[in-house]
Design a protein around this ligand. Structure first.
Ligand code: GAL
Length: 522
C-alpha cells in the first residue's frame, strides 16, 4: 500500500480511532425535494420517493435520508408559538410521515431558517430556536437544515451567534440531531472574502455539513454558477463535510455524461450525496451509476478527505486524494467539447518511487497496470474518468502534491524559467508542488529546490538546506506561514510572491494546498 505518514491521519485535527464518537463520520446520503419540487412538496412526494428508493436499490446503496425542504409549514405559528405543518400538503401530519419513513428504513430531516422568514417566505425560527428544535425532534426528525435568509441584520457575528445557539440546542438533545448549516452561502460572493472564510472556520465546530455557496440548479433554471468547493478543502474532516448542494440528476439540461460527472465529482470531494430529483421517474441508467458501489466507497471513505486539484489546463481538471486503505484516487474531468485522452504522471499525484500501480476504472471495474503515468483514454466531452490506484509490490510513499492557489484570485503558484509568480492555471509541471512532511514546498520539476523566504520578504526557489526559512506551516485559516519570520505567504498585486505580516483571513493571504498536507489548528 501507499505509506501516507501520520500527518495524513492528523490532517484536520481528527484521529481516526475517535470516529465512532462522531455523529456523522461520513457524508450524509439521501433525498431532498427542493430542486425538483420547490414549494410544490407534499406527503405523496415523500411516500412515493421512499418506496421507489427501496425498490430501485438506492436505500440499500446507502441513500438513507429523506429530507423535507422549505414550504412544508403553515404561514402562521400555532397559538402556543409552535410551528405547524400545512395540513393540505401533509394530511396525515409530519409525525405520521416520519414514522412511515422510519419503518421503511429512512432517517427523516426537516428544513427551517435561522432568520425571521424562510427563503420561501414561511415562518423563520429566529427567537424560537429551543421550541422549534424540540418540536422537530418530537415529530420524529433526526436532521435539521438551517437556512440563512432574512436575518435581522445579516452580519457575520449575528450568523455566528444564531448558528451557535442552534448548535448548543441540537448537540445537547438525546440523541443529538444532525445539523446542516447554510450560513456560508450568504457570504460566498462578497468582494472581500474575510467573512466567508471566517464562517467556514466555525461551521465545522457547530455542525456536520455546511452549504458553502450557491444552489445547484432547480428544475426550471439554467442559470449556471461555478462551484467553488475546491477553495475549502482544508475544512473537511471526518464528521464535517463541505456541502456543494444537491445531486440534481434529472435536470433537463444535463447530458448523461454530465450527470455521471456530477456524481463522480461529488464523490471525489467526499461531499454529501443528497439527490434532489423525481426519483420514481429516474431511468435505469441513472440508478445504475448512482448505486455504483466503488464510487460510493470513495465518497464514504473514512479519511473523509476532499480531493484537491493537481492541475487545471482549461480542458482537464485533475483531482487526487488518499483513501483510507492506502490507495490513491485520481479523477480527471474533461471540460472540453470533444472526447479526448489525458495522461497524468505519477509525480503529479504524489506517488514516489514505485515500479507500477494497479489501476481500477471505477466506472467499469476493469483493472489495468500503469508505469510512470496513468492514461485515461477517450474521456467523453464533459465526462469524468475516475480511478483507484494501488501500488504493486512494496510499500511506496505518497507526498501531498498539487496546485497551491489563492482561493480568492484563483492564481496559482508558478515557477517558470527560474522565476516564481502567481499566474493563471495552465496545467504545467511548474504549477505542481509537493508539500512535504518536513515543512518544505518543492516543485515537482526540481525536488532539490525549496520555496525559500529571503530577508525582507522576497520568496524564491533555492537549494534545500534544511533551514527554517524553507519550512512552512499550513494554518486552518488558510495562511501559509514561514517558520523563520512567522510572516505569511502573500500575493502582491504585481503577481509577486512575498511574505508579509499575517492579516486576518485576508484575500491576499488565503491559499489552497494539496489534500493530505498537515493543517495547524488555532
Ligand atoms: C435556498 C437554499 C435551497 C432551498 C431554498 C428554499 O436558500 O439554498 O437549498 O432550501 O432556499 O427556499
Amino acid at each position: 500500500m501507499f505509506r501516507t505518514g501520520l500527518h495524513y491521519l492528523l490532517a484536520g485535527g481528527v484521529v481516526p480511532n475517535v470516529l465512532s464518537s462522531v455523529l456523522q463520520p461520513t457524508p450524509p446520503m439521501g433525498f431532498n425535494d427542493w430542486s425538483a419540487f420547490m414549494c410544490g412538496l407534499n406527503e405523496s412526494v415523500f411516500v412515493d420517493t421512499a418506496h421507489s428508493m427501496v425498490d430501485n436499490g438506492l436505500l440499500a446503496a446507502g441513500y438513507n435520508r429523506i429530507n423535507l425542504d422549505d414550504c412544508w409549514s403553515s404561514m402562521e405559528r400555532a397559538a402556543n408559538g409552535s410551528m405547524q405543518w400545512n395540513t393540505e400538503k401533509f394530511p396525515h401530519g409530519l409525525p405520521w410521515l416520519t414514522n412511515y419513513l422510519k419503518n421503511l428504513g429512512f432517517e427523516p430531516g426537516i428544513y427551517t431558517d435561522a432568520g425571521n422568514l424562510s427563503c420561501g417566505g414561511y415562518p423563520g425560527a429566529y427567537g424560537h430556536e429551543e421550541l422549534d428544535a424540540q418540536t422537530f425532534a418530537s415529530w420524529g426528525f433526526t436532521y435539521v437544515k438551517l437556512d440563512g435568509c432574512n436575518m435581522p441584520t445579516g452580519t457575520e457575528p449575528e450568523y455566528k451567534a444564531v448558528y451557535g445557539k442552534w448548535h448548543s440546542i441540537l448537540s445537547a438533545m438525546d440523541p443529538p440531531l444532525v445539523f446542516s448549516e447554510s450560513a456560508p452561502a450568504y457570504f460566498a460572493e462578497a468582494a472581500n472574502l474575510t467573512d466567508w472564510y471566517d464562517v467556514m472556520t466555525w461551521v465545522p465546530k457547530f455542525g456536520q455539513l455546511a452549504r458553502h455557496s450557491r444552489d445547484t440548479l432547480v428544475w426550471n433554471s439554467t442559470l449556471y454558477w461555478p462551484n467553488i468547493a475546491v477553495r475549502l478543502a482544508r475544512f473537511q474532516r471526518p464528521g464535517y463535510f463541505n456541502d456543494p448542494d444537491f445531486l440534481n440528476v434529472d435536470h433537463f439540461d444535463y447530458t448523461l455524461d454530465e450527470r455521471k460527472s456530477h456524481f463522480a465529482i461529488w464523490a471525489t470531494l467526499s461531499a454529501p450525496l443528497i439527490i434532489s430529483a423525481w426519483i420514481p421517474g429516474l431511468k435505469a441508467q441513472e440508478i445504475e451509476y448512482l448505486t455504483n458501489k466503488e464510487i460510493i466507497a470513495v465518497d464514504q471513505d473514512p479519511l473523509a478527505l476532499q480531493a484537491t486539484l493537481v492541475s487545471q489546463d482549461g480542458t482537464f481538471d485533475v483531482l487526487t486524494k488518499n483513501l483510507a486503505n492506502g490507495d490513491r484516487l485520481l479523477t480527471i474531468i474533461n471540460r472540453g467539447n470533444q472526447s479526448a485522452s489525458h495522461s497524468v504522471s505519477f509525480s503529479r499525484i504524489g506517488i514516489g518511487s514505485t515500479p507500477a500501480v494497479n489501476v481500477q476504472d471505477l466506472w467499469t471495474g476493469s483493472q489495468s497496470y500503469a508505469k510512470n503515468q496513468i492514461t485515461a483514454s477517450n474521456i467523453a466531452s464533459h465526462g469524468t474518468a475516475i480511478f483507484r490506484l494501488s501500488p504493486i509490490g512494496k510499500e511506496c510513499e505518497v507526498i501531498p502534491t498539487g496546485v497551491i492557489f489563492n482561493t480568492y484570485s484563483l492564481t496559482t503558484l508558478t515557477t517558470s524559467h527560474g522565476q516564481i509568480s502567481w499566474a493563471n492555471s495552465t496545467g504545467t509541471d511548474g504549477q505542481v508542488w509537493q508539500t512535504r512532511e518536513d515543512g518544505t514546498i518543492r516543485n515537482i520539476i526540481d525536488g532539490g529546490s525549496c520555496l525559500t523566504e529571503l530577508k525582507g520578504g522576497k520568496v524564491v526557489l533555492a537549494s534545500c538546506a534544511g533551514t527554517t526559512n524553507q519550512q512552512w506551516d499550513y494554518l486552518y485559516s488558510g495562511n501559509v506561514q514561514s517558520r523563520s519570520s512567522y510572516n505569511c505567504l502573500t500575493e502582491e498585486a504585481d503577481e509577486a510572491v512575498v511574505t508579509a505580516d499575517c492579516l486576518y483571513e485576508d484575500n491576499i493571504q488565503v491559499f489552497g494546498l494539496p489534500s493530505g498536507v498537515a493543517i495547524v489548528e488555532d
